[in-house]
Write a protein that binds this ligand. Structure first.
Ligand SMILES: Nc1ncnc2c1ncn2[C@@H]1O[C@H](COP(=O)(O)OP(=O)(O)OP(=O)(O)O)[C@@H](O)[C@H]1O
Ligand SMILES: [Mg+2]
Length: 113
């Protein structure tokens, strides 16, 4: 089990969601966050609203998947989010030790989706 965390441009969210659904990835958590990458928010100001000095508005996706879904999930995010410009975002893949569906108390891979 892995937790895929992606930080993307807010304007790419709809396209990323569409690509994820196409890849049969249907469970997702979305948050609005602030951040900057290695340009420290300086060169991509035109792409989005600046907040708190050099921090830019981003969207954070959290997607818990079974191992065979990691690559399709990464590919879908890239397909929806990549423009080739700085600030397209980043994907982090973390090992996940447990998942529990509260309603049924199912655990592990079966509880993910
Ligand atoms: N190493 C990191 N740790 C935590 N958050 C990060 C890291 N790298 C990027 N982020 C987050 O992802 C967002 C998008 O990063 P961004 O695409 O600008 O990465 P980058 O490394 O600067 O690449 P690029 O040169 O393509 O812009 C940032 O605004 C920040 O919120
Ligand atoms: Mg950057």
């Amino acid at each position: 089990m892995k937790l895929v965390i992606a930080i993307i441009q807010p304007s790419r969210l709809e396209d990323v969601k569409e690509e994820l659904y196409r890849a049969d990835v249907n469970l997702i958590t979305v948050s609005e966050v602030l951040g900057h990458g290695r340009q420290k928010g300086v060169t991509e100001i035109y792409r989005g609203a600046r907040e708190h000095g050099n921090l830019l508005r981003k969207v954070r996706l959290e997607i818990a998947v079974n191992d065979n879904f990691v690559e399709p999930t990464i590919k879908a995010i890239i397909k929806g989010a990549k423009t080739g410009e700085t600030g397209d975002g980043k994907i982090f893949v973390l090992s996940m030790t447990e998942c529990v569906r509260i309603r049924t108390e199912e655990r592990g891979g079966i509880a993910i989706g």
